[in-house]
Design a protein around this ligand. Structure first.
Ligand code: FES
Length: 662
């Protein structure tokens, strides 16, 4: 069957009876699908313009919409050649992942991060040695391997070097191909081969590859952050300690749900589900790898080593481990740490010598991505109290310093990624990221990503919008639309009170973009979960917000966050603004740094061991704090002194104005 995709004007081949969402995903046309294809979220809407796509009417869909040809792609089956239209708000862009730098002064550059975590030396876990061997003679007819090892020991003073048996079959040809001049790659990585525990790393060199000639200038690694939503990879020059190319794209698993729970459900309830999930993430990694190799002008065979950091579920799915028990009490992973595996055996397109190191996890919902971030930012080396947070569907929090660390994860829901909101969308082109009210007219002004007509509101846009509406009194501190505020934007909608952010004629979707009471509820719950998480960890050790010297914000979402607005709604604590720093993609940062330093690679275990996880799901302090935080910014105003001062000033100003003009 042929599917014509509009407005892209591309044609794809699809098997008869194929599920439409899957077929589009296979063609790398990823749609928003936070319910994982259950037909509930309504985000995967497409319009059938010609042909036959069998799909029942979705529960939340109106008759008019269904009659007009709108279908949920996840419910559709392709029954003939067809033409379908994919609107902007249904799409996840494949390669254009919007990257934005945080407000100047708050985003740490690589140089500043190097200063945050300064005391490590450049000492990659893999090294290349150029050797000129003595050709064999009748007097010296030692084996090829002994000859090679003799030269290696002589050159590097290495005593006990083991040999990967995979080196041997080609060794005779390789060393003779360039007149006994060869390059040997030696891995000095922790020896995991002896079992999963104990995890204390011991360096023991191992010869993993021999190449003819001098290839020392081609010594590269691939670091990858395997995120639930996106996969980001970097090619690293191991000798010059810097990344050559970076690429990010959506994780191919997104068609089976936006969060880790949907992925686990798919992997464990569908026939071949785990294999499908593994294949999809490996395919994405290969696509990212291909892109960065291309950008850097490097061949796959030049990669000596790979490191990957991801949350516990992503790590399980990448390695093909059964994630079933991650989501069931008492939440046990298959293993917190998995020994390095040959990347090629997972299907990653590199040479057979290249091992893949995966970061250890701390708990089912505090994974290697957080360990990598804490490592990369050097939190484990500081004496000052640091709060490290990664805000997303699953919010992860680390509180501590070089002596101790507490971690927790809280299910914030998809609100921060635009999910579960009437007009929420991912932070892609056309997403509203800023909203301000004109004080004279009371009308709203918006700014969208890539300056395209608005198609929806992304998570950070929702925070900015709510903060602005809260300051103006259009939303009240209970998180409800105030219909009596006198604003022309507040109205009674078909689903209850709502605020019109942009009117239909100015949007890319032909409908009003609104924020409803229901959306505000979702946001309130999400921010309350994060805030209650910080408080629970602080109370656990008898500390207060004022004791926190620095707040490090990691993750893609953090890049877009406006600190002032995030404090105004109670998502971040009300501390001096210069205590907040964005570190960007902490997971990729850690994955990159361990490729440059054996010392940091060894520190990974130390960081994971320092972390004690506090389970929040049955924690009574967390529940109490959560309820107290279901208010904008919080029921306890003393926790938000600067916001209280601003409100007081505003109220006094209004009072003075009304006194002056009775
Ligand atoms: S309705 Fe199709 S993925 Fe949610």
């Amino acid at each position: 069957m042929k599917l014509s995709i509009q407005p892209d004007n591309i044609l794809i081949e699809v098997a008869e009876g194929a599920n439409l969402l899957e077929a589009l995903g296979q063609a790398h046309l990823h749609l928003d699908s936070s319910c994982g294809g259950a037909g509930i979220c309504g985000q995967c809407r497409v319009q059938i313009q010609a042909g036959e796509i069998a799909a029942q009417q979705a529960p939340a869909q109106s008759n008019e919409e269904y009659q007009a040809g709108w279908r949920q792609a996840c419910l559709g089956r392709v029954e003939s050649d067809a033409t379908i239209f994919i609107p902007e708000d249904s799409r996840l862009e494949r390669e254009v992942i919007y990257q934005k730098v945080a407000p100047s002064g708050q985003y740490l550059t690589d140089g500043q991060i190097r200063r945050l975590n300064p005391d490590w030396s450049h000492d990659p876990p893999l090294k290349k040695f150029y050797l000129e061997l003595d050709p064999p003679t009748l007097k010296d007819n030692a084996s090829d391997m002994d000859r090679l090892m003799r030269a290696l020991r002589k050159k590097q003073g290495m005593r006990r070097i083991s040999v990967d048996a995979a080196v041997l079959p080609d060794l005779p040809d390789l060393i003779r191909r360039n007149h006994f001049k060869v390059t040997a790659t030696v891995a000095e990585i922790p020896r995991w081969e002896e079992g999963l525990a104990p995890m204390a790393p011991r360096r023991r060199p191992k010869l993993i590859r021999v190449e003819p000639g001098d290839t020392r200038a081609r010594h590269f690694a691939f670091a990858v952050d395997v995120g639930t939503t996106t996969v980001s990879g970097q090619i690293l020059d191991l000798d010059r300690e810097h990344p050559l190319a970076t690429h990010t794209q959506y994780n191919g698993q997104v068609r089976h749900g936006a969060d880790v729970i949907s992925r686990i459900l798919y992997a464990t309830s569908q026939p071949g589900g785990l294999q499908t999930m593994q294949r999809l993430v490996v395919e994405t990694i290969n696509e990212v790898l291909e892109k960065v190799l291309d950008k850097a002008g490097i061949q796959p065979d030049d990669i000596s080593y790979l490191s990957a950091a991801g949350n516990t579920t992503m790590t399980h799915l990448l390695l093909g481990l059964n994630p079933r028990w991650l989501r069931m009490q008492p939440y046990t992973p298959v293993a917190f740490q998995v020994p390095p595996v040959r990347a090629k055996e997972l299907g990653i397109k590199v040479g057979p010598w290249a091992n893949l190191y995966t970061f250890p996890s701390v708990a089912s919902y505090v994974g290697g991505d957080i360990v990598a971030g804490v490592l990369g930012a050097g939190v484990y080396k500081r004496s000052a109290l640091t709060l490290f947070i990664d805000i997303g569907t699953n919010g992860e929090i680390v509180l501590g310093n070089r002596d101790w660390m507490l971690t927790a994860s809280c299910s914030a829901g998809p609100a921060f990624e635009g999910g579960g909101m009437t007009h929420g969308m991912h932070a892609g082109p056309g997403a509203i990221e800023r909203f301000t009210l004109d004080p004279r007219t009371g009308q709203g002004r918006i700014a969208t990503i890539a300056h395209l007509p608005p198609a929806g509101i992304c998570g950070s846009g929702i925070i900015n919008t709510v903060a602005e509406l809260l300051r103006a009194g259009v939303i009240d501190p209970n998180g409800k639309v105030n219909l009596n505020c006198g604003s022309p934007l507040a109205r009674e909608g078909s689903d209850g009170p709502e605020v019109v952010i942009v009117e239909a004629e100015q949007t890319a979707i032909g409908r009003d973009i609104t924020l409803t009471d229901h959306d505000l509820d979702n946001l309130l719950r999400a921010k309350a979960a994060m805030f209650a998480g910080y408080q629970t960890l602080l109370r656990h050790v008898g500390l207060r917000f004022e004791d926190i010297r620095e707040v490090l914000i990691a993750g893609a979402f953090g890049n877009y966050l406006d600190i002032e607005n995030a404090i105004a709604i109670g998502l971040l604590p009300d501390l001096e603004r210069d205590r907040f720093k964005f570190i960007g993609n902490g997971s990729l940062l850690g994955a990159r740094l361990i490729c440059f330093s054996n010392q940091l690679l060894e520190d990974v275990e130390k960081v994971a061991r320092l972390m004690t996880n506090i389970e929040l799901s049955d924690n009574s302090t967390f529940m109490d704090q959560y309820i107290a935080a279901l208010f904008l910014p919080h029921t306890d105003q003393k926790l938000f002194p600067s916001i209280s001062r601003q409100m007081l000033k505003k109220n006094l100003g209004e009072f003075a104005t009304s006194e002056a003009h009775p």
